[in-house]
Write a new protein. Sequence first.
Length: 287
Amino acid sequence: DKATDPSISEESWECIQRFCDQVNADTEGPLFALRLLAHKIQSPQEGEALHALTVLETCVNNCGDRFHSEMAKFRFLNELIKVLSPKYYGIWSSEKVKSRVTEVIFSWTVWFPQEVKIQDAYQMLKKQGIVKEDPKLPEDKILPPPSPRPQNSIFDTDEEKSKLLARLLKSSHPEDLQAANRLIQSVVKEEQEKSAQVSQRVNTISEISENVKRMDELLKNYRRHELSPADQETLQALFQRSEKLRLLLFRLASEAVADEEALAEILQASDKLSRALGQYREVVASQ
């Protein structure tokens, strides 16, 4: 209510950001948020509807894939279409609100080309004559504060890609905006793959450390002939798992050739693992 208060002329970014935080914190936040926003966008008070559209655009910018998935469903798109359609609220919605709604849907067709339902909804509006031509997105449009990029983003380290993205985003041509969207998506995918590799490396090294520590304890008891049958099975299972981890380390090392620090961690873990496997063979396999 505070973020869409029609009595205020300027956007309350603090309230809008708190709304976004709540959307992200709640499992069903995107679903509930879009229901509330649809109701506010359909308000007969122009100020309330316009503020709600700003909140909506900020959520698109800050609330991630779960929000995008819900917003791209006909359930929500139909609520926006009602604001434009003369069969519903279009007969009394202000031209300013209808213009903003049209801009929002059109901008989504540019930035989310993979969402078929958004494309279909917009094309239906054009076929019915509700939208007569594609709106030109205003250059002085008030945009929400941008989502923070993670540190060490590829855009921070690849100057060529960073300059290309900046040039595409300044363009008013839809094809350039589509190219910018594809570039962002490819970089996000690349960063996700890089993050997955880092996560796997950290988890693998951690598991190796725990396995080696446990194998050392069990081997000490084995030498003293104090190992129970159950512990003997555990020791054998740890050995078999460690053999598989050694193969995984070889692959991780090949992926980390360009990262000296990561490669050093992998080689250190490999040395620990080789020592533990050697001790197992010496103490257990020989008997």
